[in-house]
Design a protein around this ligand. Structure first.
Ligand SMILES: NC(=O)c1ccc[n+]([C@@H]2O[C@H](COP(=O)([O-])OP(=O)(O)OC[C@H]3O[C@@H](n4cnc5c(N)ncnc54)[C@H](OP(=O)(O)O)[C@@H]3O)[C@@H](O)[C@H]2O)c1
Length: 272
């Protein structure tokens, strides 16, 4: 994502907790900061792409970096709507502005600037920062106020988890029944049930090969847990997703936390 900004009019200062991960960016002439405080002091806008809300708090709301006067924070990771709204309040309290801009898409889309960027904030914020966000995805979309884009992103990831686990279960069932998987796929591809993600994950599942993930099992479980917490408070009957949560828990137990999330197939049908 930082590389996408290199050819833009926006000068970039980068920070990462593990500084060695930024060595590759130094070769492109990116200025690397030694602390979050250094970034906050020298930037008008701070883009966060961090694991979860706890990491955001540790980095941005710790003592050392807490004066956010006239700074705009754009939060692009996947967090819960309520977490996002609370962050907004705390950042405004410290004199800053906050908008959320979670994304659909992974490393290949990030490299090409083709992420789907969903924005939660005011219309003015959207107008002001669209030019910047267009470097990550050509058409950022304003969803509504803070919390709405976070909700939409979680709804999409709930679909990723549910579709993938449903497909994995049918695949495992048919393998156990001795049915030719190509015949299954041939019929599925012609039907309204088909989703392109099935073919993207088919080979990995058949070969139990989950190497080089763009999106790991542990992050899908994080998002399922966030979705379940929020839907409980909304009194939604989300029991189907509880089942998916158990499958993802089992995949983590099998040592597949950092593997591609299609590893949930191995939780459904452990390899002999
Ligand atoms: N990967 C995807 O395909 C994808 C797609 C859409 C959305 N997302 C979401 O975007 C966010 C980032 O994804 P990612 O795949 O880049 O996640 P990641 O591999 O977990 O890395 C995120 C970053 O967070 C930092 N971090 C984690 N805990 C920290 C802490 N306590 N203090 C300071 N820094 C901390 C990491 O620093 P270190 O390098 O030092 O560990 C790393 O730079 C997540 O919310 C994810 O769900 C990911």
């Amino acid at each position: 994502m930082i590389k996408r900004l290199l050819s833009s009019e926006f000068p970039v200062i980068a920070y990462n907790r593990t500084s060695s991960k930024l060595d590759v960016l130094k070769e492109f002439g990116v200025t690397v900061a030694q602390s979050p405080k250094e970034v906050v002091q020298n930037s008008d806008c701070i883009i966060l792409m961090l694991t979860n809300a706890a990491a955001i708090r540790e980095l941005l709301l710790s003592e050392s970096a807490s004066d956010l006067n006239e700074r705009t924070i754009i939060q692009m990771g996947t967090i819960a709507p309520q977490e996002s709204r609370t962050l907004a309040q705390e950042i405004i309290f410290r004199g800053g502005e906050y908008l959320e801009a979670p994304v659909l898409g992974s490393i290949p889309e990030a490299e090409k600037g083709k992420l789907l960027v969903m924005v939660g904030g005011t219309e003015n914020q959207f107008k002001k920062w669209s030019v910047l966000l267009q470097h990550f995805g050509t058409e950022p979309i304003l969803i509504g106020e803070v919390g709405t884009a976070a909700a939409l992103k979680l709804a999409l990831n709930q679909l990723i988890a549910s579709l993938t686990s449903s497909f994995a279960l049918s695949l495992a069932f048919l393998e156990c029944q001795g049915v030719d998987i190509e015949k299954f796929m041939g019929i599925l591809r012609q039907s309204a049930l088909y989703a392109p993600t099935f073919d993207k994950k088919l080979e990995r599942m058949c070969e139990h090969n989950y190497d080089n993930p763009n999106f790991p099992t542990k992050h899908l479980l994080k998002d399922v847990n966030l979705f379940l917490q929020e839907s409980e408070s909304l009194n939604l009957m989300s029991n189907s997703l509880n089942g998916v949560q158990k499958i993802l828990d089992k995949a983590i137990e099998l040592g597949l936390a950092d593997a591609d999330y299609s590893a949930l197939y191995s939780a459904i049908t452990p390899k002999e």
